[in-house]
Design a protein around this ligand. Sequence first.
Ligand code: T46
Length: 138
Amino acid sequence: MQVIKYAFQQHGDERGQLVALEEFKDIPFKIKRVYYMYDTAQGVTRGYHAHKSLQQILICIHGSCKIRLDNGKEKKIVTLEKPYEGLYVSNVMWREMFDFSSDAVLMVLASELYDESDYIRDYDEFLKFVNSKDGVKE
Ligand code: T46
């Protein structure tokens, strides 16, 4: 499994840092939605689902957290701890977010509007979806 972690350009000067993200330039899709999570209780794991179509970039703009990615065949854990790093999470990828620091703010740039019907929240159903896609040319 290939993990795509972007290091965004930082526009730094004596005043501090600034990161600018533009769709189709820094982000490989049109950004239709932005959401973020914070005040995550210690020990909590979020996610436990995949998406049929949604693509996202996860950026831990403050603090740190870990992301477990699972494509149905392989699992990888990625740490996000820098505000200029972005993790690309493709569709058909099971994700779990955990180990949030108490000050973590995890921001997500999403390719689609919120749509509950795009979620696969059952792991066995996810594996079936992965297998049904094998051999299908996209
Ligand atoms: C994902 C990971 C990284 C909305 O009303 N609009 C939204 O855009 C979102 C994302 C959520 N919600 C509501 C739905 C639930 O009642 O907010 C509540 C919490 O959502 P959820 O339990 O899905 O949150 P996470 O942290 O498990 O997952 C979220 C995203 O839903 C998901 O797409 O990939 O973050």
